[in-house]
Design a protein around this ligand. Sequence first.
Ligand code: CP
Ligand code: NVA
Length: 313
Amino acid sequence: MPRHFLRDDDLNPDEQRDVLDLADLMKADPVAQRPLHGPQGVAVIFEKNSTRTRLSFEIGIAQLGGHPVVVDGRTMQLGREETIPDTSRVLSRYVHAVVWRTFAHARIEAMASASSVPVINALTDEFHPCQVLADLQTIRERHGKLAGLTLTYFGDGANNMAHSLLLGGATAGMHVRVAAPEGFDPLPWVFDAAKQRAAETGGSVAILREPRQAAEGSDVLVTDSWTSMGQENDGKDRVSPFRPYQINRELLAATGTTSTVLHCLPAHRGWEITDEVMDGPASAVWDEAENRLHAQKALLTWLIQSQGVMDRR
Ligand code: CP
Ligand code: NVA
């Protein structure tokens, strides 16, 4: 069975640190390692829109010496009822890894279960683990460490970014707070998994309601869109409950410390984050976007090398 990266806790703390160290090396020297030299193919499939994920994987795979095959999943036979496992078996005969952005997380689990090559989650409704690797790389660049820092996420606590920050942050030994209005808490099974991981790493996880209180003492503030892809018509009010959770000058001041502000992008300026904060000195959003490239190259390299180890067994 190959190693997959479907959720942030698919990497243990040591493995996560190794991938982040490799990401720093990739950033210093973009062609230091070329594990896909051949070129070996990687399928990069999207069932939802993307700018950063698509571009960073496509360029990154090329820099690793490979050939990215970027496909709109909505035009595949997958969209005409070919099953996910059958699709996966076929892809495994062509490519050395599969990167997939899809809807329900169960779909990517089905892809992975039939795959003989690594499957990487490029965002599901429940998780966005590649983004959080880049976020962790960015935080470490700014603060010199991860363990012991307090990261607070503001907004929809039930979305993929909140879940991935809980799992990925807990793996890194961080104290992760989710500040969300009632009705938008993280899924209990995700929160429990993060709590368990935090107990192993010395981190912690918490859900808070009061935004200013949540901001106090935070080293990192993070937000995301109030309406994730696929939620546009879910019948919920996705504006008024979130307004008090906007990252703005007052919330940033409430941290009482020099905080870093992250947003995975795309941002809805004036909604979840103000222009002033997004364009201000605390914002690391452009480094964060750049680090998608380095973190994903490191992840691909690490997974392919693990796969090589397994092939030799
Ligand atoms: N942050 C992120 O995943 O961006 P895209 O949706 O543009 O890929
Ligand atoms: N939560 C957002 C992230 C976009 C990168 C979404 O799923 O649309």
